[in-house]
Write a protein that binds this ligand. Structure first.
Ligand code: SF4
Length: 208
């Protein structure tokens, strides 16, 4: 197992968070399919990592009911309503923007649906490539805002100041001139309920 992953998994043990290591995408996908019962309702937040794993398609193909707010032709209200339901599904899937070397997981959000799901869904599975590990919490927040979010804005054509050149200009990233993506930040330090929160670390680069 990768040394960084081994250290994080040990740190999470003392924080009621269960960590797993998968050497590659295929192994990670199988692991997540094993962790989620075939009859469970699943919510998720948009994530390139989940796309790269083909996670949502595999869950749907297996028969899981997946609450997908990104289906084509949904109105904004319909999409927001699915996000509300998804945040209280049996299982919630997401990918952190960064993980600190001390094991904190950092999630940025625009609408807050993923903050709600990650904070309080009955079961949460977070999946991340080793590329998202940083030295400390400050570096993790910096990575999330200054590296991952501009790339996500580009991916989604999100009209924030960082869209054009990838540079965060937080001071002017305000409504109505811009659509700010960095509206809410969640840092998971530990869990009160053992094993509610599980993390699958993947031994390759995934997402931003
Ligand atoms: S604060 Fe605004 S400009 Fe900076 S990364 Fe977030 S969305 Fe982009």
């Amino acid at each position: 197992m990768d040394n960084k992953a081994e250290i994080l998994i040990k740190l999470w043990q003392k924080k009621n968070i269960r960590g797993f290591y998968s050497p590659d995408k295929a192994h990670a996908k199988e692991r997540i399919l094993e962790l989620i019962p075939a009859d469970a309702k699943v919510g998720f937040s948009g994530s390139l990592t989940l796309e790269q794993l083909g996670m949502i398609k595999s869950l749907e193909a297996r028969g899981n009911e997946v609450l997908n707010p990104y289906k084509p032709n949904l109105s904004r209200e319909e999409s927001l309503e699915i996000r509300r339901k998804a945040s209280s599904a049996d299982y919630y899937l997401a990918s952190p923007n960064a993980i600190s070397g001390n094991s904190e997981l950092v999630f940025f959000s625009a609408y807050g649906n993923r903050i709600a799901g990650i904070s309080y869904a009955k079961n949460v599975i977070a999946v991340a490539g080793l590329n998202k590990i940083t030295s400390d919490l400050g570096a993790a927040i910096k990575r999330a805002r200054e590296y991952a979010t501009p790339l996500n804005c580009k991916r989604l054509n999100w009209q924030a100041p960082c869209l054009k050149d990838g540079i965060c200009r937080q001071a002017i990233c305000l409504f109505p001139e811009y659509m700010r993506m960095c509206c809410q930040i969640l840092i998971i330090e530990a869990e009160a309920i053992a094993d509610r929160f599980r993390v699958v670390l993947v031994g390759e680069d995934l997402g931003f």
